[in-house]
Design a protein around this ligand. Sequence first.
Ligand SMILES: C[S@@+](CC[C@H](N)C(=O)[O-])C[C@H]1O[C@@H](n2cnc3c(N)ncnc32)[C@H](O)[C@@H]1O
Length: 262
Amino acid sequence: MWSDGREALADCSLGDRDRVLDVGCGTGAFTRVLTEETPRDATVVGVDADPELLAVASERDSSEDGRAPCCPQYITGDATRLPVGDDAVDLASCQALLINLPSPAAAVRELVRSSSDLVAAIEPNNAAVAVASTVDRETTLEREARAAYLEGVGTDVALGDRVETLFEDAGLVDVQSRRYLHEKRTAPPYDDRSLESAARKASGAGLDAHREALCGALSTAAYDDLRQRWRAMGREVVAGMRDRDYERVELVPFEVTVGRVQ
Ligand SMILES: C[S@@+](CC[C@H](N)C(=O)[O-])C[C@H]1O[C@@H](n2cnc3c(N)ncnc32)[C@H](O)[C@@H]1O
């Protein structure tokens, strides 16, 4: 994300931030964007519950030495009990975190507590994802699987459009949203990630990774039926890649919501 333009981050005023928090930073994809866009002497701290992801983030930062203006720091911590004091930063942010939490409001309260000025959340609306593919049944099968996933997963993965309300309920003012359309395009020449994704479609491994959520909405027999059709679609994708005539475009709408602490 963010390699094709960062206008949607304008309300974060990154150019005049001193101390920035990226909560649920994972392997640091958004933390690096914050580091690149804030002043050279700003402090950027990534927090995540998973220390293994933080280790990958640190490793990537050191292997990309010289690209980022300064290196972010990483701390292990829970988004609902942040390991920082009140008003510790002037921007508390997260990207694709709230959709994973059973109580996103509790995490928003912590973002508000930790910031003296701005709070920002970049969250997708996974109910509005659009897919176009040269393999016709990929579009319909993905729609079918997404509907079951949205119903069966235990968190609100379509939260993007409702973050404004969460922010206002938490007492933030001047709340504004901008849309960022994240485009994922697959076309020849295929990179390793696209080849791996196609192989996971054909083997069923990609679908199996979400089995628990899908089976929250589907019976075992319905899941097995979906998996069989999914694998056949995957084999068609692999064949299309072999012939170099497979193309796919996925558009994921993210809402960048920013509010100010009163
Ligand atoms: C979808 S990933 C997003 C990672 C990163 N922000 C990005 O945009 O690439 C969600 C991240 O939230 C983290 N996470 C989930 N629950 C958390 C919690 N309660 N406290 C802190 N981090 C959490 C996960 O470990 C994971 O790294």
